[in-house]
Design a protein around this ligand. Structure first.
Ligand SMILES: Cc1cc2nc3c(=O)[nH]c(=O)nc-3n(C[C@H](O)[C@H](O)[C@H](O)COP(=O)(O)O)c2cc1C
Length: 90
């Protein structure tokens, strides 16, 4: 399997910490959206998108890259995020 991790993490680098652990486990590099050539996404079969949540959305750089990606049927994808919201269980 050839994995690709694409990360936007700037506030406290919280999501970067998660991405670095994932990258170590699956033995790959962490890339920024600026590193990615959209057509080259077809060379990967597992693609992970990670960012913090800012005003209810993933980072705009990640969303803008996603808009430019070609259709890549059959690939597995995962989205991971960190947030500041406190989750209260009742
Ligand atoms: C401008 C801004 C907007 C944010 N908006 C939200 C939000 O809507 N919901 C939330 O739960 N956390 C929000 N947060 C908190 C971040 O999602 C949280 O700190 C996250 O871990 C940041 O990821 P990063 O350190 O990888 O950039 C916001 C943080 C910033 C700086």
């Amino acid at each position: 399997m050839r994995p690709l991790i694409i990360l936007s993490s700037y506030h406290h680098k919280n999501t970067e910490k998660i991405a670095n652990v994932i990258a170590k486990v699956i033995d790959t590099q962490v890339n920024t959206p600026e590193d990615v050539v959209p057509e080259e996404i077809l060379e990967y079969d597992l693609i992970g998108f990670g960012s913090g949540i800012y005003d209810g959305k993933n980072h705009s750089n990640l969303l803008e890259l996603a808009e430019r990606l070609p259709a890549a049927d059959g690939r597995k994808t995962v989205i991971f995020s960190t947030v500041g919201a406190v989750m209260i269980e009742r």
